[in-house]
Design a protein around this ligand. Sequence first.
Ligand code: NDP
Ligand code: MG
Ligand code: MG
Length: 335
Amino acid sequence: MTTPAPNPLAHTRAAVLGYGSQGRAHALNLRDSGHEVVLGLRKGGPSWQRAQAEGFAVAEPAEAVKGAALVAVLTPDMAQPALYREAIAPHIAPGAALLFAHGFNVHYGQIEPRKDIDVVLVAPKGPGALVRSEYARGRGVPCLWAVHQDASGAAAAKARAYADGIGGGRALLIQTDFREETETDLFGEQAVLCGGASELVTKGFETLVEAGYQPEIAYYEVMHELKLIVDLFYEGGLTKMLEFVSETAQYGDYVSGPRVVDTGTKERMRAVLDDIRDGTFARQWIAEHQAGLPNYRRLKQADLDHPIEKVGAALRARMPWLQPAKEEPAPLKVV
Ligand code: NDP
Ligand code: MG
Ligand code: MG
């Protein structure tokens, strides 16, 4: 009989910095898994009160870091370098673990962690709300995990213990490295999930409206109904989507899809990936952030001002099932 390896996080304290989408889910799950958790948050911010109301010990980040065997950095990515410099680097204990849910700052050198600590990644493949709700059902959301730096000799065991603590071990743990996690995450959101999908939708809307069709009908066809298709992808891939659409829709898919998204599109996807891999995108985004986000704000405003947004808002107001109940908290980030 083999005895299970000891849990390197047992009887230690974890500091979770951030109580947003991921932070809240991780903190609640770790606590329910028997870990001692302290939240490191900005005094006076909305998270401070919420975490306290949900029964957590709360301190300013630097205080939370002191004495923690593991520090999970779950604030927005662009806020992490300053947080590392000011609250983590001066206070994290030698041999402790610094944990990220996305590899951006370490991979692109925005955080150069002290050499005497472990640096690991545990990235759930789902939004925080699902990480929590699956855990509460006795299940879990699959997680990627990786080790960037192993000072203690137990970095991998710590990453896996943390992934177990948030429920990922009940589902699936996939080992990766910071580079693969970072580059694939950025590519997915840029080329397909956010960038690709929104351009496909708005260009489809413009094509119909410019050809004289009513914007309300165009909205239903290219944006509203996308959810039905994406849900089928999510539940059963291309197979289920094809099973649940008409023969006519299938034939149109086979002959017209590749006319719209063609090998030229794929070449441009490769160019997007090249910019991610050689650091061009990261350099631009960091410079944009440092400049106070002028292009980000302009491009965002252009999306918000697109005619599809106006017609969409009016139509969604007539879909009562979409209106959140008054007591529901604001939605959190999903990618
Ligand atoms: P959120 O935007 O939800 O984080 C908000 C939290 O961070 C709040 O508690 C906020 O506190 C705190 N915060 C914001 N700015 C600062 C700051 N300058 N200093 C200290 N605390 C701050 O983040 P996510 O959960 O979306 O992302 C966290 C990490 O997880 C990121 O690395 C992200 O890439 C990764 N990730 C996210 C996923 C997701 O589903 N969203 C999926 C997988 C990984 P306050 O209330 O005081 O403002
Ligand atoms: Mg867009
Ligand atoms: Mg991302």
